[in-house]
Design a protein around this ligand. Sequence first.
Ligand SMILES: [Zn+2]
Length: 97
Amino acid sequence: MTMRVYQAVAAAVGTREALELARRLTLWHDAMVIHRRHTGDEASPSCEVDCPHEQAESLWLDAVDAYGERAQEFAFLRTFGGGSGHQHHLDRHEVRV
Ligand SMILES: [Zn+2]
């Protein structure tokens, strides 16, 4: 599981928006990996406004919009952004990077 999954899915979709979003997702992924070293998987009181936890939700919605079913391949993003308590019960082990 690497960040290349974003590029691969974007390339498969092939639109300008898809590629642009992949770039943002890659940046977010980097930021999230660093951020969760400090805060953990859950958003915490030390999270600032607009931290990667918060960004995950809108990015996930953008990803579903741009990539449809393929967005499901973004397990890391889905864990943080797609967990509105429906459909998926995500195992913590999936979150490992
Ligand atoms: Zn946070």
